[in-house]
Design a protein around this ligand. Sequence first.
Ligand code: SOE
Length: 388
Amino acid sequence: MKKKELRIAIIGYNFMGKAHSNGWLQAAKFFDLESQPVLQVACGRNEKALREFADRWGWKNIETDWKKVVERDDVDIVDVSLPQHLHAEVAIAAAKAGKHIFCEKPMALNSADAKKMLEAVQAAGVQHYVNHNYRRCPAVRLARRLIDEGKIGRIFHWRGAYQQDWIVDPEFPLTWHLRAETAGTGPHGDLNSHSVDLAQYLVGDIKSVSCLMTNFIKERPLPGEGAATFSAGTSIGPKEKGPVTVEDASLMMVEFANGAVGSFEATRFAPGRKNHNTFEIYGSEGSLAFDFERMNELQYFSRNDPEYAQGFRTILATESSHDYVANWWPPGHIIGYEHGFVHGMVDFIKAIDEKKTIEPNFADGLKCIQVLEAGVASAKSGQRVNVA
Ligand code: SOE
């Protein structure tokens, strides 16, 4: 029997465009889905680059005007793979046109936009998702399972650090990531948004924030044509420079509603740290530690092991009893970065088919933005700030 189709329009075709295209394609190949995702239309401004992208990934049509795309009758899902300053306008228009929305992170530039996005999807009754892909690593899901089973007990501490090194070179150009009008903030929004999402998922809501931000490189060369993508490397722009208007590092301390305390460190100035998204959780019964650069593993310490045998153990989360794994490879045949995206797409399609809520959705995304915004306010005022 021919499956029902869910036709996707992707807006944006750079790094995330690739990761998302692959995700939609793999989802239907490895997982049993009621509906068949169809790569219906790809949208972007540069027609030549868009055509190449669409041909490579198998998008059936191309369109250079996103406003036309969200209105199309042959589209069910709008995949917002754009920089964050464009999320609100596109997502709200897509919701008004009755489309389900798969949105890249961070959800929006600020909580006012995030609220409008949430209201729009609620009014339209469509599915909505913020793509915090790290939540969908089997090892992270295992962390949540151990917490839910009481193995960690009462949580005392969250310690998150998300470090990269791709802008250490002062000649790295002033791409959109480094300008407040397009990125909002620097690693605080780009990286801490992931860490805050993970902390919300594993520990709970955050009540108050103290934050310190700093900027190491005040000016950078203006980017040349085509420099708008995330990549390590040196400047390809002319000698002219412009001001960096986002922070280069953000350090936050938080209090969770359940009484736990936490710290978050986000930087792109940590040489050798490529995508070092890490967390540690310490509780009354045990501890957990995760490092995305070893994403198939979870470190677990149990105070309930006999004392003579206590120590951190490394669990390779590749058994079929670990979330998502049964659909991939046999134990020990590890998975990678792209799988978090595939799992997001699988759960999103299931949420549409089964009319169930998926998390993190726009309500979770709004909470995350509110925490980040409290961080910005705290860094400005030098005071601890309560989360709205
Ligand atoms: C760049 O810092 C980046 O691509 C982030 O934007 C992603 O969210 C993160 O997963 C990897 O690094």
